[in-house]
Write a protein that binds this ligand. Structure first.
Ligand SMILES: C[S@@+](CC[C@H](N)C(=O)[O-])C[C@H]1O[C@@H](n2cnc3c(N)ncnc32)[C@H](O)[C@@H]1O
Length: 249
């Protein structure tokens, strides 16, 4: 089920062209991520001197999380497989007045990035690792470990197995990759649970994926979508269940 980088790029370029046409790509920071980063910053830099920090987002999309970090004075880098996403991120950072805070925005897979070992004080990902096949998922977590400085922060936001989509279809999970469904209905790649491969993490998985980290703390966030929104996605009821993962190397 593993996709090549070219196939992955096409999937996400298709998703972005639909999102841009509908003016619906994400433009606001992911609350669960920025909260966890804020807790970390309060401990690490009580004086608020964030200028010396360098954070990187894996799968940065249009860059709303990077803008939030840049607003705090943090240097920001990002990787994304979709050139459209990188162009949006660069433009949005410039528009917000933070071009000077950009380290590098590079087209690459999160499984293999061009950065040196121990480059970053913090790494974030939101709704990216959940769409990677097992082999790539392990590679992406290994990349996080390689790229973080000792004591560096990793925050993630990923589908959890309590999600109603997983609960309703779990008989279809892949035999060789528990927690993974292939969710493709029609051509639309607008909703994330329709992007193709979707992995719904269990809490226990993180200890293995982040072996060697001093803190691994996945916090569960669940909420029901309003019924009309659930119906748009083809479900009578839709329970979002996400891990807001806080981990320190
Ligand atoms: C759901 S969007 C999230 C964007 C952003 N993190 C946010 O919170 O707005 C997922 C992003 O990850 C990127 N992506 C997906 N698979 C990737 C991969 N293997 N390597 C790098 N980027 C990837 C997509 O192009 C897309 O921009």
């Amino acid at each position: 089920m593993k996709l090549t980088d070219e196939q992955m790029k096409k999937t996400w370029e298709d998703s972005f062209s639909e999102q841009v046409a509908r003016q619906a790509y994400n433009t606001s920071p992911v609350e669960a991520l920025v909260r966890n980063i804020a807790y970390y910053l309060r401990e690490k830099c009580p004086q608020g001197n964030y200028e010396k920090l360098h954070f990187m987002e894996m799968g940065c999309g249009a860059g709303p999380n990077l803008i939030w970090l840049a607003q705090k004075g943090i240097k920001v880098s990002g990787v994304d497989i979709a050139p459209t996403a990188l162009e949006l991120a660069r433009n949005n950072l410039a528009h917000a007045g933070y071009s000077g805070k950009i380290g590098q925005l590079v087209e690459a897979s999160v499984c293999k990035t061009p950065f040196a070992d121990g480059t970053f004080d913090g790494i974030l990902e939101a709704c990216v690792f959940q769409h990677l096949a097992k082999e790539d998922r392990i590679a992406a977590f290994n990349e996080v470990r390689r790229l973080l400085k000792p004591g560096g922060l990793f925050v993630g936001y990923m589908l959890a197995e309590g999600h109603s989509v997983f609960q309703s279809k779990k008989s279809q999970q892949l035999k060789d990759d528990a927690g993974t469904l292939m969710l493709e209905e029609g051509k639309s790649k607008f909703y994330l649970t329709n992007i193709g491969l979707s992995h719904f993490f269990s809490k226990g998985e993180y200890a293995k994926l982040l072996k060697g980290f001093s803190i691994i703390d996945p916090c569960l966030a669940t909420y029901y979508l309003p019924k009309f929104e659930a119906a748009k996605r083809g479900y009578p009821e839709y329970l979002q269940a996400m891990w807001a993962l806080y981990a320190v190397k």
